[in-house]
Design a protein around this ligand. Sequence first.
Ligand code: BEZ
Length: 211
Amino acid sequence: MTIRLGDTAPDFTAKTTEGTIEFHKWLGDGWGILFSHPKDYTPVCTTELGRVANLKGEFEKRNVKTIAISVDPLESHKGWINDINETQSCTMNYPIIADPDRNVATMYGMIHPNALDNLTVRSVFIIGPDKKVKLQLTYPASTGRNFDEILRVIDSLQLTANYQVATPADWKHGDDCVVIPAIKTEDIPAKFPKGFKEIKPYLRMTPQPDL
Ligand code: BEZ
């Protein structure tokens, strides 16, 4: 199944290391990140899961719940968590979905036969409070994800959901933003009292509006 931005994230019931969950209920009213890893007891995955555990405070600040998934069974996940905690100096603090039948992986298009025919690739889905998919990323097994980038994207998504701005290349929290093209230049002062700079008629910059 192909999932596109703006689609409702498919709902499912699954066993996880923190009990059985119904995904949409588990997400509640906040934001969510569902990320897949190819296999338990593998080196890159071990570092990724530890990194997300150590970033818990950053995700909580942004009202984002995280959940991982692989096609390995629950008993495997439970044993592997000990290794993650030991080697990544963390305490696992979010669930890992066990998906041995690949129900969820298939629903989310996480199996890419030309990359890994029976494992999930490194997919990331960011899901908004309306349960719509706001972003998806796909990495090959050989490249661990950059979770600072994922936090940066969440900052942009949360900002642009509430203000009529977009974020330019390499933007990070605190940097100037782009006024969206739909706003006429003459209407900017009323909407952006912090001011704006017109670099070109189509490129108008304004300080981050929520600071
Ligand atoms: C890893 O997590 O290290 C990994 C998993 C599958 C293939 C290659 C690397």
